[in-house]
Design a protein around this ligand. Structure first.
Ligand SMILES: *Cc1c(COP(=O)(O)O)cnc(C)c1O
Ligand code: SF4
Length: 359
């Protein structure tokens, strides 16, 4: 979706412009009302704040319901915590044999390479762990993680995450890539990142080249939640990765007030496909503290998914998933398109009608 004209006038941000990390700065930019600032300091004291120039430039300042604002500008609602919410909502800790490493599924591990992100999303499921100045996976901890992977031939895929792993320098990205590619049984490196849309200037040619290595396929899962996030600079960053032969998939979070409408989700998923990015996951928000205002009923998400199934090319279909608290698995949440009937089976068509199938 092209941004409204009054927003486009604010683009492009100059790269010299800094990321906003302070309530006072957001107030000075007119994104926080002076009377709200004091209350929001308590939010900022608890959860990291950062909004990149690219995202600042996308916010329609006259719209209090702006979907970009909702994702990055703190709200006092974040101080409301429900009993179901948890600091580690998907129980990474229980599946972490070593610092910075999570091994939940036999054939793949997560490596948390940095704790910093370019932005701090207000709905983040790791919001208690991410932030500036946190630990990076370097030195002995990195060596131990690599040794763990080397010793387990069943590990086929390494997923680089964080924080946002695209926050590392091109040199560190290359060192990580080369070290992992040197392990014969590791065939796939997958980076999960929000950088290509929120800080596309970081995805320079040298960084992209650093992600490639002989003997491994590099995949990048790009996190975007609203079609307006596909700025020209983001499109170019994604194009550079495609041209380098990197396989691209998407990751989005279904968020109240951001993308909980069929037309917005359609445009988001089509936006990915048009850029050569295969929609992969649409996450139901995890039970992270202070994020209740973003969660919608799963039944509503299922209805939106049926809408996508009815209207979009198969290429544009994500899987709607929930990480089950306790950390056991990612549960697909889609409603079934097949049900048992007295005659055999019934199949649901695109208009909402069930058809008997006897086979
Ligand atoms: C989500 C997740 C993965 C990746 O799951 P895929 O379904 O392969 O994308 C891997 N490890 C952990 C610990 C996860 O939470
Ligand atoms: S970029 Fe990802 S890890 Fe970082 S704050 Fe946003 S959702 Fe959390």
């Amino acid at each position: 979706m092209a941004p409204p004209a009054k927003i486009r006038a604010l683009l492009p941000p100059t790269q010299a412009e800094a990321t906003s990390t302070k309530i006072a700065d957001l107030e000075a930019r007119g994104l926080i009302a002076p009377e709200a600032a004091a209350g929001l300091e308590a939010v900022a004291a608890r959860y990291a704040v950062a909004v990149t120039p690219t995202m600042l430039g996308l916010i329609d300042r006259e719209d209090p319901q702006d979907p970009i604002r909702a994702q990055f500008i703190p709200q006092t609602l974040e101080l409301v915590q429900t009993p179901q919410e948890s600091a580690d909502p998907i129980d990474d800790a229980a599946f972490s044999p070593l610092p910075g490493l999570v091994h939940r599924y036999e054939d793949r591990v997560l490596l948390k390479v940095v704790s910093a992100c370019p932005v701090y999303c207000r709905f983040c499921f790791r919001r208690e762990m991410v932030g500036p100045g946190g630990e990076a996976l370097v030195g002995d901890h990195l060596d131990q993680a690599l040794e763990y992977i080397r010793a387990r031939p069943q590990i086929f895929e390494v997923i680089l995450t964080g924080g946002d792993p695209f926050m590392v320098s091109p040199r560190r990205a290359r060192d990580l890539t080369q070290a992992l590619a040197a392990i014969a049984h590791v065939k796939v490196l997958r980076w999960h990142t929000r950088v290509p849309v929120v800080a596309p200037e970081r995805v320079r040619e040298d960084f992209v080249q650093a992600l490639r290595a002989e003997g491994v396929a590099t995949w990048v899962a790009i996190h975007a939640n609203h079609p307006r996030e596909f700025t020209p600079a983001a499109q170019e960053a994604i194009g550079r990765m495609r041209e380098a032969g990197i396989s691209l998939v998407s990751q989005s979070v279904l968020l109240r007030g951001v993308n909980d409408r069929l037309d917005v989700l359609q445009e988001l998923m089509r936006g990915f496909v048009a850029l050569g990015v295969k929609p992969y996951y649409l996450h139901h928000p995890d039970l992270a503290p202070g994020t209740g205002h973003f969660r919608l009923p799963i039944a509503k998400g299922q209805e939106l998914m049926r809408g996508l199934r009815r209207t979009l090319t198969g290429l544009a279909q994500p899987t709607y998933v929930l990480d089950v608290p306790g950390g056991a698995f990612k549960a697909p949440l889609d409603l079934p398109y097949v049900q048992e009937s007295a005659a055999g089976l019934q199949l649901l068509d695109g208009t909402g009608h069930w058809h008997d199938y006897k086979g």
